[in-house]
Write a protein that binds this ligand. Structure first.
Ligand code: NAD
Ligand code: TDX
Length: 343
């Protein structure tokens, strides 16, 4: 039986990946290592956790700890077949005001994991972002490829770019059996309400204006989180060692359009009358991301399944609307922090 270490498995994408593996590959054993920062929530995977009295080894084991803890990481990595590395500080607005923790977690934490994987010759899959390539003008048609130069513009993107370079260096220097995926903006259930789509939905549900940064015309390349999870599984099992794969559903839209779709859904189906407020833009804001997923489509036969963006947004609105317990207690803290930033 295969055992995977899932770092950051209580966060947004990590917890969706844990559910995906349990649903589609129930013979895989999962060990989740998560520090439960403000972004991690054990309730995301609580229903899947192995009860203490159970001897079944098919369930999910949870370990509360940090990827920066050298001894803990060593003791776990030596018992698994592969590391699937999600754990990170992931929010751009936070990185602008508090960059240090991004480099401690995303760079030094990745270093700790890489050294342990090297020590025990364990397969490593690193989850990264399209932001490492920087941005393009909103009128551009350019699509980033696996060969595009790295040009991160934000502290978060710089920390992820550094971690990608480290993974490649470990592959070449030490022969680590590693792959990397750089994915575009994910959306779906369990995404923290600091992020654009869940913040907009929960603002509308609370009667707070939806906040659009700058002119609202920045573009993002959206992908449903379940498509990202399936891509990661494919790369982990069928990807070529040493390779990078770009993951995108090629749904590139501007932020104002996303909000217009959301407002329409909320007005017609959720008895809400959202209003929009333009606020100051993020310092150094990236304008447009767009990836070319040809390599993963051709080599691994992966393609997105959740391609009806409006219909998928509708189900995300439904999820936040019926899971208020999951986010309500965090809402005022998150909005107070944004207020300090003028956003
Ligand atoms: P998230 O912020 O929702 O979750 C991060 C998780 O990592 C949390 O559970 C947190 O508790 C955990 N964590 C943080 N520091 C840790 C530490 N020191 N030790 C152990 N656990 C720690 O993030 P996400 O959106 O799920 O992103 C997951 C990964 O995917 C990240 O590497 C991110 O860079 C990448 N990514 C995200 C997106 C996106 O749109 N969300 C897109 C592309 C790539
Ligand atoms: O309230 C908001 N209003 C708004 O207009 C927020 C929170 C954001 N925005 C804008 C800024 C961006 O143009 O929406 C866009 C998306 O913002 P975020 O959700 O913060 O995502 P982004 O900065 O694009 O980064 C995301 O995708 C790449 C993830 O958070 C990263 O972890 C991932 O690597």
């Amino acid at each position: 039986m295969e055992t995977l270490l899932v770092t950051g498995g209580a966060g947004f994408i990590g917890s969706n990946f844990v559910h995906f593996v349990r649903n589609h590959h129930p013979d895989t054993k999962l060990v989740v290592l998560d520090a439960l920062t403000y972004a991690g929530n054990l309730s995301n995977i609580a229903s899947l956790l192995r009860p203490a009295y159970s001897s079944s080894d098919k369930r999910v084991e949870f370990i509360h700890g940090s990827i920066n803890d050298v001894e803990l990481v060593d003791s776990i990595v030596q018992k698994v077949d592969a590391v699937v590395h999600f754990a990170a500080e992931s929010h751009n607005d936070k990185a602008i005001v508090s960059p240090d923790i991004f480099f401690e977690t995303n760079v030094m934490g990745t270093l700790t994991l890489l050294k342990a994987a090297q020590r025990y010759d364990v397969r490593f899959h690193h989850i990264s972002t399209d932001e490492v390539y920087g941005d393009t003008d909103i009128n551009s048609q350019e699509l980033f490829t696996e060969d595009s130069p790295y040009k991160p513009s934000s502290p978060y993107a710089a920390s992820k770019a550094a971690s990608d370079h480290m993974v490649r260096a470990w592959t070449r220097t030490y022969g680590l059996k590693a792959t990397i995926s750089n994915c575009s903006n994910n959306f779906g259930a369990y995404q923290h309400i600091e992020k654009f789509i869940p913040r907009a939905i929960t603002n509308a549900l609370c009667g707070i204006p939806i906040k659009l940064y700058g002119d609202g015309l920045a573009m993002r390349d959206w992908i449903h989180v379940e498509d990202q999870c399936r891509a990661i599984w494919e790369i982990l099992h069928n990807g070529r060692i040493g390779q990078t794969y770009l993951v995108s559903a090629q749904c590139v839209v501007n932020n104002k359009t996303v909000i217009d779709i959301l407002c329409d859904i909320m007005r017609t189906q959720f008895d809400c009358d959202p209003c929009i407020q333009y606020v100051r833009d993020r310092a150094g804001a990236d304008r447009r991301y767009a990836l070319n997923p040809q390599k993963i489509r051709q080599e691994l036969g992966w393609k997105p399944e959740h391609t009806q963006f409006s219909r998928e947004l509708e189900s995300v609105v439904r999820w936040y609307s019926s899971n208020e317990d999951w986010w309500k207690s965090e809402k005022s803290r998150v909005e107070e922090q944004y207020q300090i930033l003028g956003q």
